[in-house]
Write a protein that binds this ligand. Structure first.
Ligand SMILES: [Zn+2]
Length: 277
């Protein structure tokens, strides 16, 4: 499942690729699952809109649209709208040339005035497409912007394992299994530790680790563990930097103890039983 670094990579690639372009027309497939807004509303918002850019909000890609032009003649209420995409498990947003073969499981094609197309492809259909006119906001705090005080406060008095707390999107937005495991390893904290039992020093290490891991992963273009690719179809490289995620039984990079895998609330967790306390 794409997490914060992968979504950030997709959003940056899209912004570079389609900023300044405009949407000429939209085709939407017949599968209902990906559509969080009605198809007619998505189509009417996107068609004729200028693309101002793309950015990440939590685990969502938000494409900012200029819809003032197409409202010429009528009285515009708002000049901007947003096309909000959640990639789910296997969703991809790709920039394609108009003649490129249409992949199976393509659910939306936005034909751009430049002649290219923005396509949403999602075999497993956990991704979601919607449009919004109010500023779209993630529920949880943004891990790369949150200050230490607020970060530490999220976990205070919380009785759940720290791993579950990191995955809770109402607390922090965008951290999933990979980056939770990798951050906890780098911070030397066991995934099963009660969040509320962490000392201030441990919270500080965790805060620093989360920031470091996310920034390194973004710099590497994200992790391609299953079929994740960016907007140009390129794989990320951060999977080669994973120290515990997906490394069950492998020797710890710090102490050579075999990495353990356990299940916490239905999600796997990987950790070094010696390095993480
Ligand atoms: Zn170790």
């Amino acid at each position: 499942m794409p997490e914060l670094p992968e979504v950030e990579t997709v959003a940056r690639g899209l912004s570079r690729g389609i900023r300044g372009d405009a949407i000429a027309s939209v085709w939407i497939g017949s599968k209902p699952e990906p559509l969080k807004s009605p198809a007619s509303e998505i189509a009417s918002t996107l068609e004729g809109a200028g693309i101002l850019g793309a950015r990440r909000v939590g685990k969502h890609v938000v494409i900012d649209l200029d819809i003032a032009l197409k409202k010429r003649g009528s009285r515009p209420t708002r000049a901007t709208a947003q096309f909000v995409v959640h990639l789910g498990m296997t969703g991809r947003l790709l920039i394609a040339s108009a003649g490129a073969e249409i992949a199976p499981h393509t659910h939306l094609i936005a034909r751009l005035e430049s002649g290219r197309e923005l396509r949403f492809v999602d075999p497993r259909r956990f991704g979601r497409l919607s449009v919004a006119t109010d500023e779209f906001q993630a529920v949880g705090a943004e891990p790369l912007d949150v200050g230490f005080e607020l970060f530490a406060g999220l976990f205070r008095k919380r009785n759940t394992p720290i791993k579950s707390a990191l995955l809770n999107q109402k607390l922090l937005s965008g951290i999933g299994n990979i980056y939770a495991d990798e951050s906890l390893f780098r911070a030397g904290i066991r995934p099963l530790r009660r969040a509320g039992s962490l000392t201030l020093a441990q919270l500080r290490r965790l805060y620093d680790s989360v920031q470091e891991v996310l920034k390194q992963a973004i710099a590497a273009g994200g992790s391609s563990v299953s079929d994740y690719v960016d907007a140009s179809g390129n794989r990320g490289f951060f999977q080669f930097e994973h120290r515990v995620y997906g490394h069950e039984g492998d020797p710890c990079t710090a102490c050579a103890t075999p990495i353990k895998r356990i299940v916490i609330a239905g999600r796997s967790a990987h950790y070094c039983p010696k390095c993480q306390k």
